[in-house]
Design a protein around this ligand. Structure first.
Ligand SMILES: Nc1nc2c(ncn2[C@@H]2O[C@H](COP(=O)(O)OP(=O)(O)OP(=O)(O)O)[C@@H](O)[C@H]2O)c(=O)[nH]1
Length: 543
């Protein structure tokens, strides 16, 4: 076989591996909204077997190893139908590794492992073709591929042939309300105005209207699978919405600490939570809570009210005195039926009160709702309000944590500083709102182009800091150069349409402390500014 033929075959299998990995990740993601049932496990096993087959033909050791381990862990679950916390942890780690591989780039430096990311296109049907072309161009810089349609027949044909990642459609495409009618046909919803739900999974749709939509129209859009409706074609908002659709990183399972002196009750709660994919740790001696809090780092505590030695309310009070656990939701689970006592217990720091015997569905829905809120809250605390990236404190925390991981596993790590060029002039010449727009676009751009497992933070005003785990200096430089180049083509500020550039300094971790590493990246960035800006410098410098 000649080289080009074998290369072609390799590419063919690499695409299949990527597709199959994405499919497996999708199945895994759906599982988190549901219970672990036998059929679901069989689906996962089947998808994983296929992935293993493709990976073997593509000769990819990394994917073979992930799929083999996934298979043996799943096979262990098959018999008793729901996973233990240990099995959940293993599976989750494997899915995380898989998602890193099929994201935008693979940084192993090994050609055989480099995957081609095939993403479904986005179908775009807008009356304003100039704006559609401009939006499509901007989307391309974010790695999103759009296919444009100027008539309904072509659009219908394309949807019939292949479902896109999403559709962006004018509600008045070609004629009034025609966009809504087209989508209703494809989503299997006949009466757009009724409460009927579609039979098949819906294609995500972003509805656009050049005029102010009525509430009735907005409701129609929602019922037709609309994830958003827009009255402006500003790329940033649209790309942010699309971004959530391509995010493949599996959500981390909830970590719940169960405190109950009754072994059988603790076991009952553990089984119910594990069966819903949550990781648990149980403590039957309340005096042990402190040690487990530290080692397990739970996101929520499910606590019995009456235990020997101390009761749940006292324990909740002590836990809350520690600033690390001040916001941790505590849910009491008890046979206490006296409402007054229940309320008194909640006033002492409990989030909710469930009376035994509790219906497992009630238990799960309480934990999911409280857990999701608690996660949102901690995200808000860790995030910068303008960009949604980690704030200064948390990016440094992420750097410290990742340095420990790199040291423990003997893996590489790069720290990156990014600073927008001549930003003062942007503000002075175009005003602060346009300056803010540039900052937001760069944040979105970095989030889009880097792996979801990288850590991106807003370090200061127009300065960003990035932690790239498992990346060599050469790869980090080439990624940041590609991002720098693409960013310089982006347009910001709507009608003002200005472009902007950034300078970048990268330092490779070689056993330094976090402060030393920051200092090195800063020095490299200084060199980038000194050498004319709009460039990337690395430290240690290349010979
Ligand atoms: N619009 C906006 N401006 C900000 C924000 N934070 C900081 N700035 C501005 O960013 C500018 C930074 O300017 P300088 O540090 O002088 O650097 P520069 O003009 O980017 O020049 P070089 O870094 O040397 O290329 C200052 O004018 C700050 O007021 C923000 O959140 N929004």
């Amino acid at each position: 076989m000649d080289i080009s033929k074998s290369e072609k075959l390799k590419q063919h299998f690499s695409t299949r591996v990527t597709h199959q990995a994405r499919h497996l990740l999708d199945l895994w993601r759906c599982l988190h909204d549901d219970q672990w049932q036998h059929e679901r496990i069989l689906d996962l096993l089947q998808a994983n077997e296929k992935l293993l087959r493709f990976a073997q033909r593509f000769d990819s050791p990394k994917y073979i190893q992930i799929a083999t381990q996934f298979q043996s862990t799943l096979a262990g679950i098959e018999n008793n139908n729901h996973p233990s916390s240990e099995q959940l942890k293993t599976l989750n780690d494997l899915m995380l590794q898989l998602s890193q591989g099929v994201l935008r780039r693979n940084d192993q430096g090994n050609q055989a492992e480099k995957m081609i990311v095939v993403k479904k296109p986005i179908y775009m049907a807008l009356n304003d073709s100039d704006n559609a072309i401009q939006l499509a161009q901007q989307m391309e810089y974010f790695g999103l591929r759009a296919e444009l349609f100027s008539n309904q027949d072509d659009l219908n044909h394309a949807i019939g042939k292949r479902h896109p990642l999403a559709i962006i459609i004018d509600i008045d495409f070609q004629e009034i309300d025609n966009g809504l009618t087209i989508i209703a046909q494809h989503q299997g919803v006949k009466e757009a105005g009724s409460m009927k739900t579609a039979v098949n999974p819906m294609i995500p749709v972003l509805f656009y209207s050049s005029h102010c939509m009525t509430l009735k129209q907005k409701l129609q859009c929602l019922r037709l699978g609309g994830i958003s409706s827009f009255e402006s074609l500003a790329p940033q908002a649209i790309i942010t919405q699309l971004e959530s659709l391509v995010n493949l990183v599996p959500e981390q399972p909830f970590r719940i600490l169960i405190v109950d002196d009754s072994k059988s009750q603790a076991l009952f709660a553990e089984k119910a939570l594990n069966a819903a994919g949550m990781i648990t740790e149980k403590v039957t001696d309340p005096m042990e809570v402190w040690n487990v809090l530290e080692s397990f780092q739970p996101e929520m505590i499910l606590m019995d009210m009456y235990m020997p030695g101390c009761n749940g309310v006292e324990l909740a009070k002590v836990i809350r005195q520690d600033k690390h656990y001040i916001n941790i939701p505590i849910i009491y689970l008890s046979g206490e039926e006296d409402k007054e006592r229940q309320l008194a217990a909640m006033a002492e720091g409990g989030e909710d009160f469930l009376t035994k015997p509790v219906d497992p569905r009630h238990l799960l829905s309480t934990i999911r709702t409280r857990g999701a809120r608690a996660r949102e809250l901690s995200q808000l605390i860790a995030r910068d309000s303008l960009t949604g990236l980690y704030n200064h404190t948390h990016i440094l925390k992420a750097l410290d944590e990742q340095l420990k991981v790199a040291q423990r596993n003997n893996t590489s790590l790069c720290f990156v500083m990014v600073d927008i060029d001549h930003f003062k002039q942007v503000n002075d010449n175009h005003g602060h709102p346009i300056g803010d727009d540039v900052i937001k676009n760069l944040a979105l751009f970095l989030s889009q182009r880097l792996r979801k497992t990288d850590f991106i933070g807003r370090y200061g005003g127009e300065e960003f800091a990035i932690v790239l785990p498992n990346v060599s200096l050469e790869d980090a430089e080439s990624i940041m150069n590609e991002i720098r180049n693409n960013f310089s083509h982006l347009l910001h500020g709507g009608l003002a349409a200005i472009s902007s550039t950034f300078s970048c300094g990268i330092a490779l971790h070689r056993g330094q402390s976090s402060n030393e590493l920051i200092e090195l990246a800063d020095q490299a960035m200084y060199l980038a500014k000194r050498d004319g800006r709009n460039c990337v410098k690395v430290c240690p410098a290349k010979d």
